[in-house]
Write a protein that binds this ligand. Structure first.
Ligand code: DX5
Ligand code: ZN
Length: 217
């Protein structure tokens, strides 16, 4: 089994010191920086927009993995592309014309991702699988860090991996919510390519050790 990529989310970091947080992500040997964008409508909290991504971009060399938990994500994709995002993922629950939006992100030269909340089945995005670069399976209801992983959601990872092995799409499977030292082996066994981790990463004094453990090394 290939080691998953690790994508710490700065949501759990001190927002007054985000440049240090992204540098820590690089230093710990993690692979991606996960940026949780919340609009106060699709999810209750508000976080930050494209300017934050642009300002952080010079402070680390990792891939920027932008997770848009917003209504009308189409209004943000150009600014995030310009800000240095590498992956831009939106929620299918927030969008009617998902194929068009995936194409628009790819036309900006970026990788496009689709995310589903715990109550959305894989069947809701099956028609999109040939067109997406990443599927982000939420294992908690989005909006807050530090919640417990809903184990039933791991079945969706297995379903997505099975569909892909039948030749339906070439996407990465990412998981977001409740990833920790305790849940890591269960998640890896389900067959994920990317593990997002917020509180587990920023609460852990041994960040490099955590990254190795999450990867199963
Ligand atoms: C939640 C966010 C997550 C969050 C995960 O809505 O999308 O990326 O940071 O936090 P933990 O790892 O603490 O569950
Ligand atoms: Zn996220």
């Amino acid at each position: 089994m290939k080691s998953p990529l690790i994508a710490p989310s700065v949501l759990a970091a001190d927002f007054s010191r985000l440049a240090e947080a992204v540098a820590q992500i690089d230093e710990a040997g993690a692979d991606w920086v996960h940026l949780d964008v919340m609009d106060g409508k699709f999810v209750p909290p508000l976080t930050f927009g494209p300017k934050m991504a642009a300002d952080l971009r010079p402070h680390c060399s990792s891939v920027f993995d932008v997770h848009l938990m917003v209504f009308h994500p189409e209004n943000l994709i150009e600014d995030f592309a310009r800000a240095g995002a590498d992956y831009i993922t939106f929620h299918t629950e927030a969008v009617i014309h998902s194929h068009r939006l995936l194409g628009a992100i790819q036309d900006l030269g970026k990788k496009a991702g689709i995310s589903i909340v715990p109550s959305t089945p894989v069947s809701a995005i099956e028609p999109l699988l040939p067109y997406t670069d990443l599927v982000l399976v939420m294992t908690v209801n989005p909006g807050y860090g530090g919640q417990s992983l809903i184990p039933d959601c791991l079945e969706k990872v297995r379903t997505l991996a099975a569909l892909r092995s039948r030749g339906i799409g070439e996407y990465l499977i990412s998981i977001d919510g409740g990833v920790s030292r305790l849940t890591a082996s269960l998640i890896r066994e389900a067959g994920v390519d990317v593990m997002v981790t917020g509180s587990a990463f920023f609460d852990d004094p041994d960040k490099a050790g955590l990254v190795r453990e999450l990867k199963g090394e």
